[in-house]
Design a protein around this ligand. Structure first.
Ligand code: SF4
Ligand code: SF4
Ligand code: SF4
Ligand code: FES
Length: 584
């Protein structure tokens, strides 16, 4: 590709043809103000904050949508440019409920940062906030249209990446708005609560439902034994909230912080990820050898479950009946754990730390009850955990590393890679191969199913059986595989689907921003954890084997079915949150 030489603020920069001014400026560390631009999305060019002065042009130019040309001279800081940018910011503020102290994005808000940069704290323009009522009726997300800057990033995520088409544009001119169709609350739409809209929103207009107060109350309640589980993807992202380099593995510090917060026991969801492989791997083997619906599809991503139950319910027989690792942990925490410890399950309060906003809904499903109590009492996203640590005044970076507690503290590398797209598939193959053949795997790494390509496939030879498998992440990609199944043309025996792009490392509850380069670093870290562990196969986890010996019996046995499996079902168009037993 041809290289182009231009000058930005008199600094020479050489970039490939087809680069925008905004991207070229980044190369020489000039950050042109922007709101609608997102590095992983198509150009929208609707906020006009990125205007710059291009020599020879009478009008100001939008840097995010204008491409460089040879000899171009760009000025990003002239009076005309700054006055225009300040004017646009004031217009945005006039239509913005600026309530930073109560806002979850306070301190990590692109609008707030721009206002600080331009020294704007209020506007003299007439307040024109004309918002829809706050939408907080679902367990996962809050939409506050009074804070929306109408950048369209969420529409892009919902329509082009997830292809769920919940969020859209409504009205025109001054009444232009971003809403679900017919301005319905999310619970009355096909929203799957993936939170990908929240992950790209530059401001506090779509945020996770904050459950930290509930968890603090439980910790302070002397009658409650409060235990916590942490999902595989949290430990490679939590460090972002404390300014550590992207992809830093913070497992030990995270455990130490949870202990400081006052949890009674700190457990690892990697343990129940291993348990999921024992159940799901055996379910696959059973379907392959004794007959059953194929391809079998994984069931650990609750956004994906919401999607299939809502839109592809005629394919539900393809789903594994396994609960997710979160819920398997929850079930054990209200059965095996209190029995072992001689406690009443009602006194055990189980908290999950998840990278996912849909997990908040999953935990409240009526099916997810064991011994008459909810399996998981509260779900916090990675962002909420970071806020708890910050609010407790803990110096996270300085913490000495700590270790998970037993009996749910040992996870193998197979459990760890659940956090990345392709990880569940790879973990299942490691176990299925060895259980079926009785031989050790020649190589543990199934690299064809790793990485950020939208759909990945592989053929695995298990004795004389050729097993064709596929992995999709992001619901738009999942749809392609589902359409093949609908037409009877799916060549696969086993499919992994994760609702979020990149898998859980790119979950809707992870620290913002989760751009593609950040996802790559988190994936690298996940595989590093796997490589460094002495145990890398779920069926070799000694505590899992002990659990089967002492309590569950065998995979797919009676007790396992009772505790670790469920029925997914068609739910038509709507959720009905008022019927959820645990909904407050
Ligand atoms: S969205 Fe940003 S500017 Fe608006 S209230 Fe929240 S933190 Fe403040
Ligand atoms: S949570 Fe997911 S499905 Fe729901 S509006 Fe956001 S992007 Fe769309
Ligand atoms: S909700 Fe957020 S991402 Fe969506 S248009 Fe409004 S500000 Fe942009
Ligand atoms: S960032 Fe360029 S128009 Fe919005």
């Amino acid at each position: 590709m041809k290289n182009i030489k231009i000058k930005i603020d008199n600094i020479e920069v050489i970039v490939p043809e087809g680069t925008t001014i905004l991207e070229a400026a980044k190369k020489v560390n000039i950050n042109i103000p922007h709101l609608c631009y997102h590095p992983d999305q198509a150009i929208k060019a609707n906020c006009r904050l990125c205007v710059v002065d291009v020599s020879g042009s009478r009008k100001l130019t939008a840097a995010c949508s204008s491409f460089v040309y040879e000899g171009m001279e760009v000025h990003t800081n002239t009076k005309k440019v700054r006055d225009m940018q300040k004017g646009i910011l004031e217009l945005i503020l006039a239509n913005h409920d600026q309530d930073c102290l109560k806002c979850l994005r306070n301190g990590n808000c692109e609008l707030q940062a721009l206002c600080q940069r331009f020294n704007i704290s209020k506007t003299n323009l007439v307040d024109t906030v004309d918002a829809l009522p706050l939408d907080d009726t679902n367990p996962s997300l809050i939409r506050d249209s009074a804070k929306c800057v109408k950048c369209n990033r969420c529409v892009d995520a919902c329509q082009k990446v997830q292809e769920v088409h919940v969020l859209t544009h409504s009205h025109r001119s001054v009444h232009y708005n971003i809403t679900p169709a017919y301005e319905m609350p999310l619970e009355q739409t096909f929203c799957v609560f993936c939170g990908q809209c929240a992950a790209v929103c530059p401001v506090g207009a779509i945020v996770e439902k904050d459950d930290t107060a509930k968890v603090w109350d439980a910790i302070y309640d002397p009658k409650k034994h409060v235990i916590v589980q942490v999902a595989p993807a949290v430990r490679v992202a939590l460090g972002d909230a404390f300014n550590l380099p992207k992809g830093t593995i913070v497992t030990g510090k995270m455990v130490a912080a949870l202990r400081r917060l006052g949890f009674d026991k700190i457990f690892d969801t990697n343990f129940t990820a291993d348990l999921t492989i024992m159940e799901e791997g055996n379910e696959l083997i059973q379907r392959l050898t004794k007959g059953g619906t194929l391809p079998m599809i994984t069931s650990c991503s609750p956004g994906w479950i919401n999607f299939i139950e809502g839109r592809y319910d005629h394919l539900l027989a393809h789903l594994s009946s396994c609960k997710s690792p979160q819920q398997m942990f929850g079930a054990l925490s209200k059965s095996y754990y209190p029995e072992m410890a001689g406690m009443d399950p009602k006194n055990v309060y189980t908290v999950s730390i998840m990278p996912c906003t849909a997990k908040k809904y999953e935990a409240q499903r009526p099916e997810m009850m064991t011994n008459g109590v909810a399996e998981v009492d509260a779900v916090l996203t990675t962002r909420e955990l970071a806020r708890m640590i910050q609010s407790a005044g803990i110096d996270f970076v300085a913490l000495e590393e700590d270790q998970f507690d037993n009996p749910f503290g040992i996870g193998t590398g197979a459990g760890a890679i659940f956090g990345a797209t392709g990880g569940v598939m790879e973990a299942a193959l490691r176990t299925a191969y060895e259980v079926i053949t009785g031989k050790g795997l020649p190589s543990l790494n199934f690299t064809e199913v790793r990485g950020l390509s939208g759909i990945k496939e592989s053929i695995v030879l298990i004795d004389d059986m050729e097993l064709k498998v596929a992995v999709a992440h992001g619901l738009g990609n999942a749809k392609i595989l589902l359409k093949q199944i609908e037409k009877g043309e799916s060549p696969y025996a086993f499919i992994e689907i994760m609702a979020c792009p990149g898998g859980c490392i790119g979950g809707g509850g992870q620290p913002i921003k989760s751009t593609r380069d950040v996802k790559e670093k988190r994936i690298e870290a996940i595989y590093k954890i796997d490589e460094d562990l002495p145990l890398r196969k779920s069926h070799k986890n000694p505590d899992i084997l002990k659990l089967y010996d002492n309590y569950l019996g065998e995979p797919l046995g009676h007790k396992s079915h009772q505790l670790l499996h469920t029925h997914y079902h068609s739910r038509g168009m709507k959720y009905n949150f008022s019927e959820l037993p645990n909904h407050k």
